[in-house]
Design a protein around this ligand. Structure first.
Ligand code: 5GP
Length: 198
C-alpha cells in the first residue's frame, strides 16, 4: 500500500551504533521530516518523556493493539514490545509528509511489505569490539544486558542486506554527512512540511 507522496525513512542500528545522535542531527538538518514516536511497553529511562521519546503503554494495551490491527509494524525487542501506529503513518504519508522511523530489523521487514518504497538505512558500528566498548562506557546497561544487546547486534548486522543504504559510523561527523547526503537524494532540507502550503 503506497499512497500520497510522503517518504518513509527507516533508520535502524544495533544499540550503541550511534543512531540516537545521528537521528538528532537529521532532525536538526531536515526539520520538515516528522518523527514517528513509537509505542512501547518498556519503562521510561531517566530523562525520557512520554509522548516525546515514546508513548509508554501497558502490555495489555499493546496486545490489544496487535489484535485490532493498530500497528503498521511491531516487534518484541529485548523483552519489551515496540510498535508504530498504522493510522499515524498512513495519515502522514497520505498528506505528503516525510516521516522518519527509528525501528529494528523485524519492524523494517514488516514495513517494507506495507510500504515497499520505504527508504531504509542501516547504521553499522565499526566492529563488534568497538560496539562493546561503547555500550560499556555508556554505563546505561548491566553486563548481562550488554551481552544480550551484543548478541542482538550481531543478528541485526547479519541482516543488513535488506537495507538500501548502509552507513558505517566509524567517525561521527563523517557518518552525519553521509546520512544527510542519503536523505538529500530524496528530499531537500527546506522542503515545506505540507506541500499544499507555500
Ligand atoms: P530502546 O529501548 O533502546 O529505545 O530501543 C530498542 C530497540 O527497539 C531499538 O533497536 C529501536 O530501534 C527499536 N524500536 C524502537 N521503536 C520501535 C518500533 O516502533 N518498532 C520496532 N520494530 N522497533 C522499535
Amino acid at each position: 500500500m503506497e499512497s500520497g507522496s510522503g517518504h518513509i525513512f527507516i533508520l535502524s542500528a544495533p544499540s550503541g551504533a550511534g543512531k540516537t545522535t545521528l537521528g538528532r542531527a537529521l532532525r536538526e538538518k531536515f526539520p520538515h521530516i516528522g518523527y514517528s514516536i513509537s509505542h512501547t511497553t518498556r519503562p521510561p529511562r531517566k530523562g525520557e518523556t512520554d509522548g516525546e521519546d515514546y508513548y509508554f503503554i501497558s502490555r495489555q494495551n499493546f496486545q490489544e493493539g496487535i489484535r485490532s490491527g493498530h500497528w503498521a509494524e511491531w516487534a518484541r525487542v529485548h523483552d519489551h514490545y515496540y510498535g508504530t501506529s498504522a493510522a499515524f503513518l498512513d495519515q502522514e504519508i497520505s498528506h505528503g509528509h516525510d516521516v522518519l522511523l527509528d525501528i529494528d530489523v523485524q519492524g523494517t521487514r514488516q514495513l517494507l511489505k506495507r510500504y515497499p518504497g520505504s527508504i531504509t538505512i542501516f547504521i553499522m558500528p565499526p566492529d563488534l569490539p568497538a560496539l562493546r566498548k561503547r555500550l560499556e562506557t555508556r554505563g546505561a546497561d548491566s553486563p548481562e544486558t550488554i551481552k544480550k544487546r551484543l548478541a542482538a547486534a550481531e543478528e541485526e548486522i547479519n541482516q543488513r542486506h535488506i537495507y538500501r543504504h548502509i552507513i558505517i559510523n566509524d567517525h561521527l561527523p563523517e557518518a552525519i554527512t553521509q546520512l544527510c547526503n542519503v536523505i538529500r537524494q530524496y528530499t531537500s532540507p527546506s522542503r515545506p512540511k505540507d506541500p499544499s502550503v507555500s
